[in-house]
Design a protein. Structure first.
Length: 172
């Protein structure tokens, strides 16, 4: 578990990762490239052609590790998103700033039980956070929705800050 989250007394609600299905196109390209290299090798019997197998193997391995090393961690007060292999980027978002939770399940992802969760976050700049290729996305979306509703019940005036700012701009 993340020591930073555990030290603050927060309760971890969900921990997840993107599915390796995210890399399906990359894996397919690597297999196709390796097959072409193998055909060239079989036709001309050139041993050095085997070196060209290093690129598709390395690319597929890197794509796998990039997805494997990323993670999402939802606690009662924040969402931590970690991504990157060489350059790690950790995004921390307070769950009280999440305004809207949208679940996207295209047919090809729904077949294998995946979905994308888009979070509209209120902050300095309005932004979106997208959790891609999440297994059991319906249940994870419900966790986010319940957390957002809980924060709205506890702080009913917190959602009106932006409306007040917009109304003040319209007046002047």
């Amino acid at each position: 578990m993340d020591r930073h989250v555990m030290n603050t007394g927060e309760k971890i609600i969900w921990v997840g990762k993107s599915s390796q299905w995210t890399n399906l196109k990359t894996y397919a390209r690597c297999v196709l490239m390796a097959a072409m290299v193998a055909l060239v090798y079989l036709h001309w019997k050139l041993a050095w052609v085997g070196l060209f197998l290093l690129y598709p193997a390395g690319r597929a391995l890197f794509a796998w590790y990039e997805t494997y090393s990323g993670s999402y961690r939802l606690s009662t007060t924040r969402l931590l998103c970690k991504k990157g292999v060489f350059n790690r980027v950790t995004t921390e978002t307070e769950t009280s700033k999440i305004r809207e939770v949208i679940l996207s399940e295209p047919w090809y992802k729904r077949i294998i039980g995946l979905g994308d969760i888009r979070l509209h976050v209120y902050g300095y700049f309005d932004s979106n956070i997208v959790l891609t290729d999440i297994a059991r996305a319906n249940k994870v979306k419900e966790l986010f929705s319940e957390l957002v509703k809980q924060h709205q019940r506890e702080n009913p005036e917190s959602g009106n800050e932006r409306e007040i700012i917009i109304n003040q701009k319209n007046i002047s």
